[in-house]
Every structure is written in structure tokens, then in C-alpha cells.
Design a protein around this ligand. Sequence first.
Ligand code: ADP
Ligand code: MG
Length: 662
Amino acid sequence: MAKFSENNPLVYTVRNLCKVCYTCVRECPVKAIKIINGQAEVITERCIACGNCVMVCSQNAKVYFRSIDLVKDIIRSEHKAIACIAPSFPAEFIDIPDHKILVGMIRKLGFDVVTEVSFGADLVGKEYVKIFDNPDTGSVITSDCPAIVNYIKYYHPDLVKSLAPISSPAMAMAEVVREKYGQDSKVVFIGPCIAKKAESDCIDEVLTFTELREMFEKENITPDLAEGSDFDPPASGKGAFFPVNHGLLKSVNKFEGIGKGEVITAEGKSKFMEAIRNFEDDILSNQHLELLCCDGCIHGPGMTKRGSQFVKRKKIGEYVTKKLTGLNINDWERDINIFSSISLERSFSQVDQRISEPSREKIEEVLISMGRTSATDMLNCGACGYETCEDHAIAVVEGLAETEMCLPYAIEKLHESINELNNSNRKLADTRKALMQSEKLASMGQVSAGIAHELNNPLGIITLYSSILKDEVDKESQVYEDISIIDEQAERCRNIVGGLLNFARKNQVKLQECNIIDFVEHSIKSLIKPENISVHFMHDLYDPIIKIDTDQMMQVLTNLQRNAVEAMSDGGQLTIELKQKEGKMIINIIDTGVGIPSRNIEKIFTPFFTTKDLGKGTGLGLPLAYGIVKMHKGKISVRSNDNPEKGPTGTMFTISIPHIKE
Ligand code: ADP
Ligand code: MG
């Protein structure tokens, strides 16, 4: 029906309800659902209105056009409003066991006439018998299910010629009631079907059973308030059986006998599609196809979810049996004769919606982008809504799907992001630790600088007065010796104060060009070490010229080398490595000594931290090295193992300073 278009779709998505679970993609038999911007949208021109998506959406995000207001307009109009009820009604209104009450309730809504569509089914059934009895008729496909008709028009247009050129029971009934109650009457079909809403212009409006219940509810029409009355004529016969007999033809065949050929019935999306494929491939020659899109009309999307299929079938059976018992055959035959003059002819046109399959290269490209490169990668898990990875890739090329719909791919991406996040978390934690350490050292530096500054003057005075005193006393005397000790210790204090000032970075660097290889060699030469320690110097530099404060850097090297020697009291090997990396000069000082316990690692750059005996260590060597390296805008770090069970013990200090040339 022309009233449905892209702007006024029959089936559509309520955007904010869609949680993009892909269930509708999976259940849509014709891939008429497209994932755009994380939303499952219905492609109107591809949709056959089977209503599968409406039934499977747990979020009620797939809905269909509601006709209640239009039906109310009809009731209010001056036209006669005629309700035609589909034969599946006993399966829906299990809660209203007496059909007369239901008829009364429908009348209470304002309908002038309430009839049964199954009289239309009786007429149509007769028409099918005529076709089958005609020896010139080839195999036909029934055309009573509007979703199947759409499916054939859109996706198997070559089979349009095989569709039985006969009106559906509802269309036939619309003609009957117009003939009987006046051509300007308005006909409202009430049934379990959504596709019916777009089947034919001869039906004015279509309500689903769900909508009918909504109307009852809104207008407070309850069974106890309704006045029971029977359906208006014409009364139907065996056509009422068709919702339980696997379709119209089976009903006709059962009661009338079909001239030639077999009737194959297929209900539900996978079965009807397979049957059509086989029919197309001539596997089902000389056989008629009775196809229903849903698992029978009693499972249509316009039914509310009440009752099991067996209860539904039983209810219809009971109703029809009762009805046939009370049927006046003469009246029925008279009516059939009266209305057999109505034309039930119908024609169909092709509306080809097939998409030609994309090229192999394009499909491969998408598969590769989803990480599906080999046969074992094709998990075909179906999570995306497509049966195979290949089908998904094809849909991506056709613009119907997105690669992100692939669950294994999304999980893989998630894992990658988690790893990245973990890495940056770890880096962040390391940086935080380093920052805390350097903040601690900076504040210690400030205190140290203050103390050193204050001590410098009194120390100068002590040294000055002790040398005056020394000049005044006899060099051989005990006093002279005592003053010398004061002098020596004062000198020691001055050295410590000097070290503190260096740590506090109160001094400036005087950069001067030097050849770092010569520089390190010189430091090694001046190193005092026992025989049992060997020294190795390795360098891998393309440019040994660098600008550093040579005096201060020499102190750094000397301190680190001395520490290394002191850690190897039983002998070992001291290795000094020079490397160049990304604009940095790297100096590694490696020893095979006792190593530093991990509990001490954080303390070693703190002024006065020493593990050495009193008088042997001041705990200022590393703080000084730290200060000087910082002044060179560099970094000093340490790696150490003190546990022989974990491997050879030893320590490596790494200094990294910018390779400045200018
Ligand atoms: P000092 O050498 O005066 O003790 P440092 O600041 O030079 O002071 O070193 C601080 C402490 O760090 C040392 O007492 C020692 O415990 C530890 N240390 C430094 N270098 C090494 C090394 N190469 N091997 C083992 N321990 C070391
Ligand atoms: Mg030291």
C-alpha cells in the first residue's frame, strides 16, 4: 500500500530503546536491518514486514505502524464500519472463551458489522481448486501470506509468475462485505499480521489483535460489559480451519481434494526460504507450495504472547468444530453461490531488491580488517547476527553492517586496549614513584643547602683560628698535635659541606667539550683498586665528543667506581659501557659485587645514607652524583641483585645525559 514509505515506515526502530544486541539482524530473513551509528535501523524498501524483529526485540525497540487512530476515524465517519476478524482469533482470545462476547466487545467499539474472514477463505479455497483442476496450470505458490508475497516480489522476482493470481481471504472478504453492506463501507481487518497492513488498498485499515486489545483497554470495554451476539453474515464454513491445518491449501485439500500435484507446506523463516530455493531449482516440480512466513498465523507478530501453540491449536479446533455443527449448509452454499461472481483475480509485479554480491577482493579486505585471515579464523559464531564471517563481511561491503559487530574482534580490541591501559598505568605508577623520590630529594636538598651555608662560615673561622694557633705553638708539642686534629676534622667538615652543596645543586655547571672515551679512560686510570678486581671498558659510539662539566662529571664517575670497588671486597669485575641512543649519552657502571638489597634502593640517593662502617662512608657519594647528573639535565638509575638464588649478584648504575654539542 502506498501509504507506507521511508518517511512513514511500516516497521521501524525506536532509537533510544535499541541496545544493538543484533538479535533482529539475526532474525530478519532478508537482511533488511542495517547497523548505522550503533543503531539497528530497518531498511523500509527491503523489509517484507514479517514482524520477526518486532517479536524478538526484548527491548520493544522494533515497532510497527499503529492504526488505532485511523480506525477510530472510520468508526466516527458516516461510513459503515465493518470489522473482519481473522480465523486465528480463538488462539488469541483464550481469555474470552465465548466468541459471542468478543463480537459484542468489538461492536461496543462502534463497528456496525462484525464478520469472519474465513468466509473469504471458503471462496478463495474454491478458486484454488479451480486452478489445480485446470490441467494447464503449472506448480503454484499460494499468495495468502502477504510477507511471502513481498519476499517473492523482492528477492525471487522470477517466481512472481508462479504466485497464484488469487486474492487473499481477507481481500476476498473485503469485496464480499462491500457487496453485502454497501460499496462505500469501510473495511477493517483485525488479525495477527503486520504485513497485512500493506497488503491491498481494498482493505481500508488493519488492526492487529494487540491493537484491538489496546482499544478495549483504552475504552474500558471488558467481557462482562459486552452484550453477546453472533458474527454478522455471511457465515463461514471449513475455511475457518486454515490456521490449524498448516494453511489454506491443506484445508482445501482435506475437505475438497486437490486435482493434481502435492501440496508442500513450509512455515517459518528457514523452512519457507529453503522451499522457495528448491522450487526455483526445480527440485519441487509438479508440487504446489503453501508458504507461511510465521510458524502459522497463530504465531503472527500481531498476537499478544498468550498460550502455548498446542493450546492455541486446540482452541481453534474447538471453535470450528462447534461452529460447523451449528452451520446451516444450505445457507452457506447459497451465500457461496451469491458471492462466487466476485472477481478474485489478482496480479503481482516484480520489485527487485536483490543486491549483487560484492567482489572477492572487497570481501577479503573486510575479513582481513576483522583479523579473519585463515580458515581457522572463521569462527562463524553468529554473534554479529550473520550466520558466517563471510556473510558478515559481505554485509559490511554492502553497507548493511559494521566491522565492530564482530564479537571476537571487539574482544580482541578490548584486550589490546586493556593491555595499553595497563602499560600506561604501570608507567604512571613508576613516574609517580620517581616524582615522589625527586621531590623528597629536592626538599632534602633545600635543608642541606641551608645547613651547609650556615656551617661554611663557622668552619672557615675554626680553620683560620686553628692555623693561627698552630703557628703560635711548638710543632713538637701535644697542643700542636691536638690543634692539627681540629684542623683535619674541620677540613673533613668542609668537604662534607661541599658535597651537600653539590647535592643541593647550588653549584653551576661549566660545560666544556671533551672526548668522553678519553674522559672515562682517564677516570679508570686514577681508580685505586685491588689486584683481584678487573676493569673492562666497552664503547659503541659514533660520536664521542660531548659537552659536560668535566670536573663535576669526574666526581660522579669516581664516586660510582669507588662504590663498585667497595662492593667487591672479594674481587670481581667492573665494567664501564658507553652507548649512544636517541640523542643521549648512556654510561653504565656495572659491578659483580654484593648488590643492594631492594629495601635500600629507595634510600641510596638520600644524603648520609650509608651501609659502610663509621669513618668509611659519608653517604654523600650518590646524592652528589644525583645532583650533578640533574644539573646536566640527565637521569641516574640503578638495577641491582643481592640475592645469589636469583642469579649473579651485582649492581648497574646508568647515567643518561643529553648529548650536547653546542
Ligand atoms: P657511601 O659510599 O659513602 O656509603 P654513597 O652515597 O656513595 O655513600 O652510597 C650509599 C650506599 O649505597 C652505600 O653505603 C651502599 O650501601 C650503597 N651502594 C652504592 N653503590 C653500591 C654498589 N655499587 N654496590 C653495592 N652497594 C652500593
Ligand atoms: Mg660512596
